[in-house]
Design a binder for this molecule. Structure first.
Ligand code: F6R
Ligand code: MG
Ligand code: MG
Length: 386
């Protein structure tokens, strides 16, 4: 059975955190091409913002040491180029020097899905920049559980039974499976809090086929400090009992709000764009999503088609610009800035330390705000006015 793996990392930005330098893309492409027919069935290199993604088919299954160490080597090679060119944040997502079996906890993000190839295997690969893994929660719910988005949930007998949603709790490192439509409201209670609860996979109840895999790593939780946003990726299989391509793209016609953008610390609209437009510049945003469509045939990746390169998403892009204008005018105020519990920069603890002895307790009945003498004076002044 083939496995589709998207493995991605930010190994250096050009310019700032906007894009990947062409030399890095060239090096990654050269290595992927050399591995094709050997380690890999097929492979493509793509970018979104400052993230480099390796889209690979192979027969080693998910979490395979050989595939992960290949990606690790590619990212080290692109890091060397980034260092050589003085690019920004070279090697940013490589949290460790030594590779140990697979990429779990090492920094790069990945989504992997092993599947029996259907006679015609339609797959969408979503890549995002300047946001976090929970950013996929809303569109996945709409694709696989919302009949106002996906007509097939009502009309197609192969979808009518619904889907199972696997959710990770990233804080407590545990998982749960919700059965939809029955568990829909329970599911929403969790995934409506995308900083903590992240959809990891979706499976058809009719065919038992896994339709979705997302990257769920949160770098800051791994590294224990701010190391950039996680810039997630996602695989969505489509058609024949799964959402049609058009149903899987429909949720992105709304520029919904995600966490990310400048310093990973702001709410901003997610803008669906063609690959050539996936270079967040304004306020390190708005966060971008690109979608590369493939047909997979005998493990070969036929494509990509640049799915958001379509005027049908012009309004979502215009909406994203409008929402960005609105949010930006809030400056450092919530809800533009993330809530304190979500702020990943270390500013707050340092500030708390520095100001700790300037904070005074609030007055209570036992400790009046004013001295008795001041109160008597105020009383006398008030009496004089009467
Ligand atoms: C977002 C991101 C950027 C940086 C910002 C400041 O994920 O990485 O928004 O946080 O450009 O970067 P530094 O602190 O490196 O100057
Ligand atoms: Mg970066
Ligand atoms: Mg990035």
């Amino acid at each position: 059975m083939p496995t589709l793996s998207i493995i991605k990392a930010d190994t250096g930005g050009f310019v700032g955190h906007c894009a990947v330098h062409p030399d890095m893309v060239e090096e990654a492409t050269r290595r992927v091409e050399a591995a094709r027919g050997d380690l890999l069935l097929d492979g493509k290199v793509a970018t979104c913002g400052d993230d480099l993604a390796l889209i690979m088919t192979h027969e080693h299954g998910p979490d395979a040491a050989a595939v992960h160490s290949f990606a690790w080597d590619v990212f080290h090679a692109t890091t060397r180029i980034a260092r050589d060119l003085g690019l920004y944040g070279a090697g940013q997502d490589l949290l460790s020097d030594a590779f140990s079996g697979n990429l779990r906890g090492m920094g790069p993000g990945y989504a992997e899905l092993e599947f029996a190839e259907r006679p015609s295997e339609t797959v969408l690969c979503f890549l995002a920049d300047k946001t976090e893994p929970g950013a996929w929660n809303l569109p996945l719910f709409r694709m696989f559980a919302d009949p106002f988005t996906t007509a097939g949930l009502v009309i197609d007998a192969k979808m009518h039974a619904g889907f199972q949603f696997e959710v990770y709790d990233l804080y407590q490192e545990k998982r749960i499976v919700f059965d939809c439509p029955a568990d829909m409201y329970d599911l929403l209670m969790y995934i409506g809090a995308p900083a903590r609860y992240v959809l990891h996979s979706v499976t058809s109840k009719t065919s038992a086929e896994q339709a979705v895999a997302t990257s769920t790593q949160r770098l800051s939780l791994i590294a224990g400090r701010y190391v950039g946003k996680d810039d997630p990726v996602m695989i969505v299989r489509c058609q024949s009992g799964l959402p049609a391509v058009g149903e899987a793209l429909e949720p992105f016609a709304l520029a919904y709000t995600v966490a990310g953008s400048m310093r990973g610390s702001h709410h901003a609209p997610l803008m669906p764009v063609a690959a050539a437009q996936a270079h967040p510049s304004r306020f390190d945003g708005p966060p971008r999503v690109v979608c590369l469509g493939f047909q997979i045939s005998g493990g070969r990746l036929i494509g990509p088609r640049d799915m958001f390169d379509d005027p049908a998403f012009d309004r979502a892009r215009a909406q994203a610009n409008e929402v960005m204008d609105y949010l930006r005018r809030h400056g450092p105020f919530e809800p533009h800035r993330l809530g304190l519990d979500e702020l990943e920069y270390t500013t707050m603890p340092a500030l708390e330390d520095r100001l700790s002895d300037r904070w005074q307790p609030l007055p209570t009945a036992a400790t009046p705000a004013t001295t008795p003498a001041a109160a008597a004076e105020r009383h006398a002044a008030a009496a004089g006015r009467r």
